[in-house]
Design a binder for this molecule. Structure first.
Ligand code: SF4
Length: 250
């Protein structure tokens, strides 16, 4: 298992082991006959934990299968994507218990989602592609308002909004700079993209990817050389590579 995918799946596996211990504990208590009064409640709990354990094993197994398989599989990808979202709170909870950085969990989550995205790449028309960039990528001293309408950028080159305008012109795709989730949702509603390349920090990307279920989202984590939310940057070569893949169909 390459890259950061193993972080999320590893914590999921630890959850599985914890559930196994809990299950064994419950079964021991039932066997000892100490739960006569709450027998059915305990059996329901056992069934619930068994279902969770089965799902965890299926998600981990399916991801391994896709990693090593050359073929794409849309049903399996959508199964993994949905259950990765479902298990996200559990993994975050477990990561907190283990004193593990949530940022690492988010990076791993994004890596898995991007892996599934790449596995099912399709060809798109430029008008169906939307790049969503965060407002903090704009030079803090710039007086031009580029949120929503990026064309207001005067292309001075002091920040990478310039590169995003270049992509818009060169490839004919949609590009929007947004201040947060509400504006992002409005842009998506207005432009009706079929695919999104989203740039943001780990936390915003994770919540955005969980938010948008119907449209495939490829996430690119921004760079924060000046601290969070201030004059951030992005690897524009990653954006351009993905635009080319989307327009060529992989
Ligand atoms: S490139 Fe555009 S957005 Fe960035 S500082 Fe210059 S005018 Fe402002």
């Amino acid at each position: 298992m390459k890259g950061k995918k193993r972080v999320f799946l590893g914590i999921l596996l630890i959850s599985f082991l914890v559930f196994t211990l809990v299950l064994l504990g419950i079964l021991y208590v039932i066997k000892e006959g100490r739960v006569e009064l709450y027998k059915y409640l305990f059996f329901t709990l056992v069934a619930f934990i068994l279902v969770l354990m089965l799902l965890i094993v299926s998600v981990i197994g399916a991801t391994f299968y896709l990693v090593f398989s050359k073929k794409s599989n849309k049903i399996l990808s959508s199964f993994i994507a949905n259950f990765i979202d479902l298990f996200y709170p559990l993994v975050v909870c477990m990561a907190r218990v283990l004193d593990f950085k949530i940022e690492k969990v988010d990076q791993s989550y994004i890596e898995i989602k991007n892996f599934l995205f790449n596995k099912n790449l399709e060809k798109y028309q430029p008008k169906d592609v939307l790049i969503l960039a965060p407002h903090c990528i704009q030079y803090s001293g710039c007086k031009f308002k580029v949120t929503y309408d990026i064309v207001n950028c005067r292309r001075c080159g002091k920040c990478q909004i310039n590169d995003l305008v270049n992509f818009k012109e060169k490839y004919g795709i949609n590009v929007a700079v947004v201040t947060g989730g509400t504006l992002a949702r409005k842009v998506v509603k207005d432009t009706k993209p079929k695919v999104i390349i989203a740039i943001a920090c780990e936390r915003d990307l994770t919540s955005g990817m969980q938010d948008v279920k119907q449209i495939p989202v490829y996430g690119i984590i921004n760079e924060r050389p000046n601290g969070p939310c201030f004059n951030t940057r992005v690897d524009v070569s990653k954006i351009e590579d993905m635009i080319k893949k989307l327009l060529d169909g992989g």
